[in-house]
Design a protein around this ligand. Structure first.
Ligand code: NDP
Length: 301
């Protein structure tokens, strides 16, 4: 069997198109233009690329994007001041502080200063807590939210299935498990979470109807760790040396794709799988936040 390829690129494009339509309606019917502010501190080249991509994607969806660029020597208090200014700005509905921050700044302190209703990354403890108690109208982290959309939009309903998540990070593994467990659309799975101390990992991954790999080790999940007919979602993005490529490396996931695709019924590629979904879900969270903030304001009036 050769698995169906789930294209995150195509699904992300669909979501971005739908969001543009939703933004156009919000503008014409409510006079509301969703606004996203992205804060970049320091000169990490990868962060600069991500921030540019996020700004461009927001603009294409009709979201007003602002980039606040600060130097490597920005103090924690200055950053807190910037976040507080954005919290108070009625035209900003989503705030994203690009990580990593300069080493003298406490990431958590900055992330916790963001107004939870504008926390489009879904990392604020209030949103983390709401997600873990199963709330539906919560800003959830973008990558795992993207995985749920990929499953649903390729006709895979997690309800009643055994989903195995390999990885327990706060960014991917844990929120992934919370979303799959939630009593809501895209949830209702029976969830097992594995990590580096899990004994006999293969025995567990081979039970998965839906196997989600978020490990950070190139091609770690081999074909013989996948159950026949499983749906495999590969969150990993790893660089491996490749002299045949001009840039000297290629990107691979956490799953040995060629082997796994012979066993799985559906699988995501790397690149072009989960990666493009993350930005689409950031835009989706921004539009959701804008609508909720606008509706809350209208109720107060
Ligand atoms: P982390 O390093 O924070 O977490 C990795 C997890 O994998 C940990 O829970 C770790 O266990 C577990 N792990 C490590 N080794 C093993 C092992 N031998 N067996 C079982 N579990 C193991 O990574 P992230 O969650 O941030 O990222 C995971 C991957 O996803 C990376 O490749 C990253 O680049 C990619 N990623 C992709 C995104 C996208 O947009 N596509 C967004 C975010 C991440 P333990 O907790 O015990 O240490």
């Amino acid at each position: 069997m050769s698995a169906e390829i789930i294209s995150g690129k195509d699904i992300a494009q669909d979501i971005r198109r739908e969001l543009s339509d939703r933004v156009a309606v919000l503008k014409s019917e409510k006079g509301l233009t969703p606004g996203l502010a992205v804060v970049l501190a320091g000169d990490d080249p990868a962060s600069q690329v991500y921030v540019r991509m996020k700004g461009k994607a927001a603009d294409e969806a009709g979201i007003r994007s602002t980039q606040i660029t600060l130097g490597d020597d920005t103090s924690q208090d200055e950053l807190l001041g910037v976040v507080e200014g954005l919290n108070a700005d009625p035209d900003v509905h989503g705030i994203l502080v690009q990580l990593p921050l300069p080493s003298h700044v406490d990431d958590q302190k900055i992330l916790r200063a963001i107004d939870p209703s504008k926390d489009v990354d879904g990392f604020h403890p209030v949103n983390v807590g709401l997600l873990s108690v199963g709330a539906e109208d919560v800003l959830a982290p973008c990558t795992p939210s993207g995985v749920i959309q990929m499953l649903l939009r390729s006709g895979v309903d997690p309800s009643g299935k055994h989903a195995v998540v390999v990885g327990r990070s706060n960014i991917v593994g844990r929120p992934m498990a919370s979303l799959l467990l939630r009593k809501a659309e895209g949830g209702n799975a029976t969830v097992t979470v594995c990590h580096s101390r899990t004994a006999d990992l293969g025995a567990i991954t081979r039970q998965a109807d839906i196997l989600i790999a978020a490990i950070g080790i190139p091609e770690f999940i081999k074909g013989d760790m996948v159950k026949e007919g499983a749906v495999v979602i590969d969150v990993g993005v790893n660089r491996v040396d490749d002299d045949t490529r001009e840039r000297g490396y290629r990107l691979v996931g956490d799953v040995a794709f060629a082997e796994a695709k012979e066993v799985a019924s559906a699988i995501t590629p790397v690149p072009g799988g989960v990666g493009p979904m993350t930005i689409a879900m950031l835009l989706s969270n921004t539009v959701d936040a804008a609508e909720r903030l606008h509706d809350a304001d209208s109720t107060e009036d």
